[in-house]
Design a protein around this ligand. Structure first.
Ligand code: KIV
Length: 304
């Protein structure tokens, strides 16, 4: 754990929480200790994920699908990503917060990519940004590094390229594409990437890439040999409303839990068993009696 730390802002108690840094992730790779990462999109889930001790929280553009109900990640905008990153940032005291740069925010030009990345750092409090793509992103990675912005790269199955890939398909299955992905990862590292997400690729390829890089890899659908793992929070707790991908492990059934809670609430309201006495505020007997005999006075009292 890095010696960098900070004081808890909300509690008023002078607790010092160890803060995860990219140095911490690097140390974990060297020590062979797995890096843990999850997505979060709002204050409440960010707090839960952070308090559980995850190393890295990604405000993923997957929010387009799991929070906003879009069919792909493509429609989410800079303003929407900034809004959610701010909410997540307020819930996090420990983990590295990484903002995912949405489709279109870095594809037009390197200058636009740098300007948009700076917004995540300055306006939303992210510690780093994530971009999808291979060697063609090297110039942007270099410029971001020069601008003191740590970059998480993302290769393999890159959802922003869904139309080019012809669907959400496992990548790197042929020798040529496996070699290309390996080359991409090495070039992104050389350009200054701090971490590389490996998504949707054969575990053997992810293992080879991981062993060839100095920087950590974080896998999703890339097998167990990456330096860390990431999942979409809504997949982890069954809130995605879609058939889970092969690589997803559901650790809880929040949908079932929420359905039961909502059903019980509806039942209790309809049966007039909610709210009950202990869940109500009360008037003194004196005021109650006065209200009963003098409705006009009661009206005045309400106004006051
Ligand atoms: O947007 C996202 O959630 C991601 C992860 C799947 C890595 O990019």
């Amino acid at each position: 754990m890095s010696i960098t730390s900070f004081r808890s802002a909300n509690s008023g108690v002078q607790t010092v929480t160890p803060k995860v840094t990219f140095q911490t992730l690097q140390e974990k790779k060297q020590a062979g200790r797995p890096i843990t990462a999850l997505t979060a999109y709002d204050y409440a889930t960010a707090r839960l994920v952070d308090e559980a001790g995850v190393d890295l929280i990604l405000v993923g553009d997957s929010l387009a699908m799991v929070v906003m109900g879009h069919e792909s990640t493509l429609p989410v905008t800079m303003d929407e990503m900034l809004h959610h990153t701010r909410a997540v940032r307020r819930g996090v005291n420990h983990a590295i917060v990484v903002a995912d740069m949405p489709y279109g925010s870095y594809h037009g030009s390197v200058a636009a990519g740098v300007a948009n990345a700076m917004r995540f750092i300055k306006e939303a409090g992210a510690a780093a940004v994530k971009i999808e793509g291979g060697a063609s992103r090297c110039e942007l990675v270099q410029r971001l590094s020069e601008a003191e912005i740590p970059v998480v790269c993302h290769v393999g199955l890159t959802p922003q390229a869904v139309h080019r890939m012809g669907g959400y398909k496992v990548q790197g299955k042929t020798l040529a594409s496996a070699e290309e992905l390996t080359r991409d990862a090495r070039m992104l590292e050389a350009a200054g990437a701090s971490v590389i997400v490996l998504e949707g690729m054969p575990r053997e390829l992810a293992s080879i890439i991981t062993s060839q890089l100095r920087i950590p890899t974080i896998g999703i659908g890339a097998g167990p040999d990456c330096d860390g793992q990431i999942l979409v929070f809504h997949d982890l707790v069954n809130l995605s409303f879609s058939r889970p991908a092969k690589f997803v492990r559901q650790y809880a059934d929040a949908a079932a839990l929420f359905r039961t809670a909502i059903g019980n609430y509806i039942h209790d309201v309809e049966q007039r068993s909610f709210p009950e006495e202990s869940e109500s505020y009360h008037l003194s007997k004196e005021v109650t009696d006065a209200l009963k005999v003098a409705p006009l006075k009661a009206h005045l009292l309400r106004k006051a």
